[in-house]
Design a protein around this ligand. Structure first.
Ligand SMILES: Cc1cc2nc3c(=O)[nH]c(=O)nc-3n(C[C@H](O)[C@H](O)[C@H](O)COP(=O)(O)OP(=O)(O)OC[C@H]3O[C@@H](n4cnc5c(N)ncnc54)[C@H](O)[C@@H]3O)c2cc1C
Length: 399
């Protein structure tokens, strides 16, 4: 029987696992290896941090989810991949494979900037469920005293949405609690302009979000390099000092150690793939989601990366599943170049949200749509429930 090993138990890994099971039935033995035991719905992390969701509202244990579908689950951190022997070293287990799917996301490189991050630094984070939970505690403590808030995305980020969502959510929460006059809010981003998003901009999003920042009285620094964070201030590359009582930053991204140490990554640790999501050097290794290297369309003055959203990740994983199935069953593979991936995203702005869609995500584009409204916020809430409802039933094949 064909052996398929999938590393990663999130959007990329689960979509690939369910789709492969659906398309191949019992023709393949599928094993998912993940260092996290639960799937957590990342788009809701800002809400966890601000206290409107509990971790259990948005997370599901992987073991039950997968084994019910006849997919093996191994809770372990992969140390190395040996493409020559077709083996994965998962600590005390060696797993052989015919096909490997790498869906390992990114390493959050807090160590790249002195004083950055929740573990060894002074800034909070919403990039993992654990971070979001810890941030909620710090946010509750902050609310007792108030003071300046500095939120942002550092150089080398390729996921800009969370910082926008957190600052607008925080502003709305402060306003609802009657504490807005106790806080000055500052937004810092490595993007050359508001709403560049690592995608070269997005229709009228710049104007919409600039208006939103102005209406909400939030100071903005673009093209910013975070040089250092001290216990009470962020220091930018041009020497600007931003004092804070609460600060949260999205860190630079790089590929995970398992990919880098196995020689499968580019200099930043992301894997270069062909139009079928096959690794450029090892055609039986497929890569999906954030782990894929995507070259920016344009160089920005301060380095930024191209986002690989949940929506894009699902589409990559479906292509991966289709193409592995095609190889096994002798059917035709389908190309889906990363440059042709579409994106749909709802950026929450507190009581409203911006609904955005672009075909393709990277310019030049055939079609774009953007609407800021209350219904978009409600849609984001409904989407969360719909996604988790479907996932609990082993389905991730969204539109
Ligand atoms: C706060 C936040 C908000 C977001 N909001 C949105 C949104 O509104 N819409 C949207 O489309 N996208 C959103 N995203 C982006 C979306 O979450 C990502 O696109 C998606 O998570 C990428 O999935 P992935 O499977 O590639 O990687 P990840 O979700 O990062 O998953 C990586 C998986 O690999 C596992 N792993 C890593 N290394 C190893 C190893 N060595 N051994 C074993 N397992 C390993 C991890 O445990 C994890 O299970 C958001 C992201 C964040 C952080």
């Amino acid at each position: 029987m064909t052996k398929i090993v999938i590393i990663g138990g999130s959007f990329g890994g689960l979509t690939a696992a369910f789709e492969l099971r659906r398309q191949l039935g019992r023709r393949a033995e599928i094993t998912v290896v993940s260092e996290t035991e639960v799937f957590a719905f990342a788009p809701s992390f800002p809400w966890v941090a601000l206290g409107s969701r509990l971790p259990e509202d948005i997370s599901i244990g992987l073991d039950r989810l997968l084994t019910r579908k006849g997919i093996n689950f191994l809770h372990a951190a992969v140390q190395r991949i040996d493409p020559a022997k077709q083996q994965v070293d998962a600590g005390d287990r060696l797993l052989g494979y015919d096909y490997l799917v790498v869906a390992t996301g990114a390493h959050l490189d807090f160590a790249a900037i002195p004083g950055l991050g929740p573990e060894k630094g002074y800034t909070h984070s919403i990039m993992t469920l654990e971070h979001a939970v810890a941030t909620n505690k710090a946010w509750q403590q902050y609310l007792e005293k108030g003071g300046p808030v500095v939120i942002g995305s550092t150089q080398g980020v390729s996921c800009f949405g969370p910082a926008y969502e957190f600052i607008f959510g925080a502003e709305h929460a402060l306003w609802k609690l009657g504490l807005r006059d106790k806080a000055s809010l500052t937004f810092v981003t490595s993007e050359p302009y508001v709403s560049h998003f690592g995608l070269g901009g997005f229709r009228q999003a710049g104007r919409v979000l600039e208006d939103e920042f102005a209406e909400k009285d939030i100071r903005v620094f673009t093209n910013a390099v975070v040089e250092e964070v001290q216990p009470d201030r962020v220091i930018l590359g041009d020497g600007t000092e931003l004092p804070f009582k609460f600060s949260l930053f999205v860190p630079p991204f790089r590929g995970v150690d398992a990919v880098i140490n196995s020689g499968l990554g580019n200099p930043k640790g992301f894997a270069v793939v062909d139009d079928y999501y096959r690794h450029k050097s090892y055609p039986n290794i497929y890569v999906t989601g954030v782990a894929v290297a995507v070259a920016p369309k344009e160089a920005t003055p301060v380095p930024t990366g191209v986002p690989k959203t949940g929506f894009m990740t699902e589409h990559m994983s479906k292509a991966v599943a289709h193409n592995i199935t095609a190889e096994i069953l002798g059917r035709e593979a389908q190309a889906l170049p990363v440059g042709k991936l579409d994106v749909t995203c709802i950026a929450d702005l507190g009581e409203k949200a911006a609904f955005m869609t672009a075909k393709p995500a990277l310019p030049p584009r055939e079609k774009t749509y953007l609407k800021k409204s209350r219904w978009a916020h409600r849609l984001k809430v409904l989407f969360e429930r719909y996604f988790l409802f479907k996932l609990k039933r082993g389905m991730m094949n969204l539109p």
